[in-house]
Ligand binder design. Structure first.
Ligand code: FCB
Length: 446
């Protein structure tokens, strides 16, 4: 069986973070408020009222964090750029001090020999745009393309490859359908115009990147969907869920068409959001790489709630992370094979842009994380051995950080953060990953 030591020589080892989850400094150097600042301040919205106001104070401590990355021997670092630092209201003047922060960060990464892989949007929409409807407003897609142009004109001389959006599925469903994330709307299926406008934003920004000779990727959260039984009602429910979670966000980009949304009871034009020519704007620029964020498979049964065409059920025989997510590494191989079967030649090279787990109250000994990463990397190697082009692996996350609605309660880092003192302490998984990367790099040199 091929394993993680058999990954190709050019394979890129990385770690990932996102702006609101680590930066803090929310009122510094002209940053405007984001939907997350506003949502987190709402009583009861986030566990224990935690906010990202300080987070890991990465805005000031980035040199220390880059030293930790260098200690790991990372090839690449995935981070996100905070739109409200660059254009504080989302549509007004550009804030040079915000751009200057990312200039410093990128230069320091390059100095350390680490390739920056920025994401332009990881959920921290300027509140000024949310006040006009946020992603429910088509204009937001055009504002995103403008913001993308500002950022890449500043940093594109040093960064060849960019990720437009992070997980439009999760942002749409948690942020606009269920209301458990910012901006906290509870529109159920009527949230889907927000998905279309994000995909449109992706397409417009991909054109901005291509016009400048740069590469565009999209990071999707994908999950292999398993029917709870062979009962046709469970199988049909699983297909409906697959449409919502996976195909809605990947088919238009790779195939130039939306999947049949009738199984979700959603009109073809997504409640009037899809205008003639939009799907072409999403598809025509092409995708240079698909970012895959993988955490777990999903088991689905026939509907029990009249408002939903499916029911999500647990995978009882699997171990679970501290977050309660099932651990099924072979599902990653299955997902990668399914992507190849579904998209064939339309599938671009894949990079795992997130994968990792939270471990209960962990400090330095974090064996469950080591087991999680080792088994998922072996599952990845199995897909590579099947001929799938996988270019790299960015673990989530470099350091413990602000886990959205869970506040500081879920710890995903290779490095422990004491949020009272900002003390960083590498965990056992940090040493394990460092040694794995070193072993791989030694082979690369042979
Ligand atoms: C993903 C998010 C990332 C992090 C991990 C645990 O859905 O992209 O920001 O919260 O989950």
């Amino acid at each position: 069986m091929p394993d993680r030591f058999d990954l190709p020589a050019g394979f890129r080892w990385g770690a990932a973070t996102a702006a609101y989850q680590i930066e803090g400094a929310v009122e510094e150097d002209g940053r405007g408020p984001s939907v997350w600042d506003v949502f987190a301040a709402r009583p009861g919205a986030v566990r224990d009222g935690h906010t990202g106001a300080v987070a890991c104070d990465h805005y000031h401590r980035y040199p220390e964090d880059i030293a930790l990355m260098k200690g790991l021997g990372l090839d690449g670092y995935r981070f996100s750029i905070a739109w409200p630092r660059i254009r504080p209201t989302g549509s007004g003047p550009v804030n040079p001090a915000g751009l200057a922060f990312y200039d410093r960060l990128v230069d320091a990464l390059l100095e350390a020999g680490i390739a920056p892989l920025p994401t332009l949007f990881h959920w921290d929409l300027p509140q000024g745009l949310e006040d006009h409807g946020g992603w429910l407003n088509r204009d937001t897609a055009y504002r995103f393309a403008e913001y993308a142009a500002v950022v890449v004109d500043e940093l594109g001389d040093r960064i060849p490859t960019w990720i437009t959006l992070n997980e439009p599925f999760v942002h749409t469903v948690f942020g606009y359908a269920l209301g458990t994330h910012a901006p906290g709307r509870t529109l159920m299926f009527e949230a889907l115009p927000a998905a279309h406008h994000q995909l449109l934003a992706h397409g417009l920004a991909a054109s901005v990147l291509h016009d400048r000779g740069l590469e565009a990727m999209l990071s999707n959260n994908l999950t292999p969907v398993r029917p709870a039984s062979s009962d046709p009602a469970d199988v049909a429910a699983a297909a409906a869920y697959d449409t919502l979670h996976n195909r809605l966000f990947t088919d238009p980009v790779l195939l130039g068409r939306y999947p049949d949304l009738s199984t979700l009871g959603v009109p073809d034009d997504i409640y009037g959001a899809v205008h003639p020519g939009d799907v072409d704007l999403i598809h025509a620029p092409g995708l240079d790489g698909l970012g895959l964020n993988f955490y777990n498979p999903t088991r689905v049964a026939a509907p029990t709630d009249p408002a939903l065409p499916f029911t999500l059920v647990d995978i009882p025989d699997a171990p679970h992370t501290a977050f309660g997510w099932p651990v099924v590494p072979e599902a990653l191989t299955q997902l990668l094979l399914q992507l190849r079967d579904s998209y064939g030649k339309a599938l671009p090279p894949i990079t795992i842009t997130e994968n990792g787990c939270s471990v209960t109250e962990d400090t330095v000994p974090d064996q469950p994380r080591i087991d999680f990463m080792a088994t998922h990397l072996d599952a990845l190697a199995a897909a590579v051995a099947e001929g799938i082009d996988i270019r790299g692996y960015y673990t989530w996350s470099l350091i413990d950080n602000y886990e959205w609605a869970e506040g500081y309660h879920q710890r995903f880092g290779l490095v422990h953060v004491d949020f009272a003192t900002q003390q960083r302490t590498p965990k056992a998984s940090y040493a394990w990953y460092r040694d794995l990367i070193a072993a791989h790099q030694a082979r690369r040199r042979r």
